[in-house]
Design a protein around this ligand. Structure first.
Ligand code: CP
Length: 312
């Protein structure tokens, strides 16, 4: 029997708050929507979503906006600080309180500072969805990554997942690692020492019974992997510009780098990409990143429906 899971009013601040049953529930909601496209259209008519993006975004902002509009919601907020009173020094606290006063039914917040979404969730009873905070968490990205893996392989258990690039400052990779720790997977972190996964993440994984392997080059593990999750070097978060210049071209995943890979290997990337993933991979059977990005729309539609409730 399916567990009794109620998401209505729930904050989505950290993927660590979501156990396997919760994630299975979200995977099912995504799958149902994929099978019955249009089934949630207009389901949240009359509800208001405030998209508060204090940091730039293409995919997360747009997919939440389109998802909310398909659900019939009214969308308010801002796509970046320009054009809002943040440029005059208005605080996150006051911004949240303003939109609460306007009757927001859910907040979607992206912020450069880690903990911003958690802070917002503590000052309002309106549910808060974290759309990425600093270098720590991007829970809805991890959810759409899981949905894409399940769609591509028919399962998540048993997969061998390699994460490559800037694992220290990239929030997508840490959130995905946390999410995968609910499943029976093998994880390999591929990064130079300066960009290796943070100890707090490794500690969490070990507590969940997952001991990740650590490598510095893709060659050593390429032939073993089912999923290669490539990430951008986070120029905006690396404190030292000299260090950024040293590591920025350290990896380039291209046809040559994938020559030992299994034909069934799928390459993921949360996007945007810069130098780390060559366009010559785009036309290969390995490329999964455009389908991955597209999954953001149904995932965020299903999630808004679960959190706001009152829908179908
Ligand atoms: N993957 C992701 O979060 O992309 P954006 O920064 O464009 O939202």
């Amino acid at each position: 029997m399916e567990p009794d899971i109620d998401f209505v009013g729930r904050d989505v601040v950290s993927i660590r708050d979501f156990k396997r049953d919760d994630l299975e529930h979200i995977l099912k909601a995504f799958d149902d929507l994929e099978k019955h496209r249009g089934s949630l259209d207009g389901a949240l008519k009359g509800k208001l979503v405030a998209l508060l993006f204090f940091e730039p975004s293409t995919r997360t902002y747009s997919s939440f906006q389109i998802a909310a509009e398909r659900l019939g919601m009214t969308v308010t907020g801002f796509a970046g600080p320009t054009g809002s009173s943040i440029t005059k020094g208005e605080t996150l606290h006051d911004t949240v309180k303003m939109f609460e006063g306007y009757g927001a039914d859910v907040f979607v917040i992206r912020h450069a500072k880690m903990g911003a979404a958690r802070f917002a969730s503590e000052i309002t009873d309106v549910p808060v969805i974290n759309a990425g905070d600093g270098s720590r968490e991007h829970p809805t990205q991890a959810m759409l990554d899981l949905c894409t893996m399940k769609k591509a392989f028919g399962k998540i258990d048993g997969l061998r997942v390699g994460m490559l690039g800037d694992l220290r400052f990239g929030r997508a990779s840490s959130s995905l690692a946390y999410a995968l720790s609910n499943f029976d997977v093998e994880i390999t972190f591929i990064a130079p020492e300066a960009l290796q996964m943070r100890q707090e993440v490794i500690h969490f994984l070990k507590q969940r019974g997952v001991t990740p392997r650590r490598e510095s080059t893709l060659e050593k593990v390429a032939e073993d992997l089912d999923v290669l999750y490539v990430t951008r070097i986070q120029k905006e978060r690396i404190p030292d510009p000299t260090e950024y210049e040293r590591v920025r071209r350290i990896y380039e995943v291209n046809l040559e780098a994938l020559k030992e890979a299994k034909p069934s290997l799928k390459v993921f990337h949360p996007l945007p990409r810069v130098d780390e993933l060559a366009t010559d991979v785009d036309e290969t059977i390995h490329a999964q990143y455009l389908e991955q990005a597209a999954a953001g729309l149904p995932l965020r539609m299903a999630l808004l429906n679960l959190v706001v409730g009152g829908g179908r």
